[in-house]
Design a protein around this ligand. Sequence first.
Ligand SMILES: Cc1cc2nc3c(=O)[nH]c(=O)nc-3n(C[C@H](O)[C@H](O)[C@H](O)COP(=O)(O)OP(=O)(O)OC[C@H]3O[C@@H](n4cnc5c(N)ncnc54)[C@H](O)[C@@H]3O)c2cc1C
Length: 294
Amino acid sequence: MVRFSNQALFLMLCGAFATAFILSGANIVTRSISPQFGISSVGIASPRVVLDRHRGTDNSDPNGWRKFVVSQKSFETPEVASIVLTPSSGKSTLPFRPGQFLGLRINFGEQAVRRKYSLSRADNGHNYTISVKKEQDGLISGYLHDELSVGQIIDIYTPGGDFTLDFSAANSKPIVMLTAGIGISPIMSMVDEIVRNPIYTDRPVHFIHCARTRKLHPFRTFLRRLHLDRPNFKYYIAYSQDTPLVKHSNRETTDITEEAKGVAPVEAEATEVRYGRLTEQHLRDWLPMDKDAE
Ligand SMILES: Cc1cc2nc3c(=O)[nH]c(=O)nc-3n(C[C@H](O)[C@H](O)[C@H](O)COP(=O)(O)OP(=O)(O)OC[C@H]3O[C@@H](n4cnc5c(N)ncnc54)[C@H](O)[C@@H]3O)c2cc1C
């Protein structure tokens, strides 16, 4: 049975934090990111990930920092930029597990400022992708959004972290993913892994995201396509400040997405969309209460 502890329910309802959860049987792994103070905490952890593949990246400094080129920069929403980083050595990236984060260092004159960002795409051996929310008056997120450009070189530290997707191939239990705000980033690398790795093809996935509005929901188009392509990928959304789409001739309309071009019927937006904050009732309705889940 999927059970929710008081701690998990509190975090789900706490609007000040962007929270990502993976439910693991009776255990719940959580990461909470405070937009105000840049604090992140990781709850119950899986065993430390051992980097078991070495791809010969030879350009690290004595402290382990490596030079990466900004090879792509795009905006998922007005608030979230995805940045692709490629080793300047031309060699492969060090491997990582979905859900891990990297260290990033920006030099402002004499001062080096460091931040951590979750990888938002699965390991591909060629580059790393991070997705950064621009915080109000945030030093590094503001710099990454407004000043960093393609071709620039920045320092990256080896990915790490214990909040990972590590489900056994022999296990066929449904996977439950519950995300809010920019807490979606590490979960997207898990989703990417689920899409790429055939061991997950038949696993039912229940993906829930909480956002203020459609316009501020990163990866919305990707997730929508995924739920259309894979019947076992259930995609639920709770919008706290949005309203139902208006239907015109069996088409939904909005000025920001592909619906405006008339390519997607209203029924396809997600498995189900509800309005208002996520509640325990949503979880009772959306999650497989009669089955075990991870
Ligand atoms: C493991 C981990 C993974 C993370 N993954 C992601 C991710 O995938 N995507 C993402 O966007 N973020 C992620 N973060 C958060 C990220 O590391 C940064 O904390 C975030 O981008 C803010 O950094 P900043 O330099 O822009 O803001 P900062 O300059 O650190 O400021 C943060 C906030 O505090 C306020 N502030 C600063 N100084 C003061 C002060 N003296 N008094 C009052 N207020 C102040 C600022 O106005 C701002 O709103 C992650 C953090 C961790 C630890």
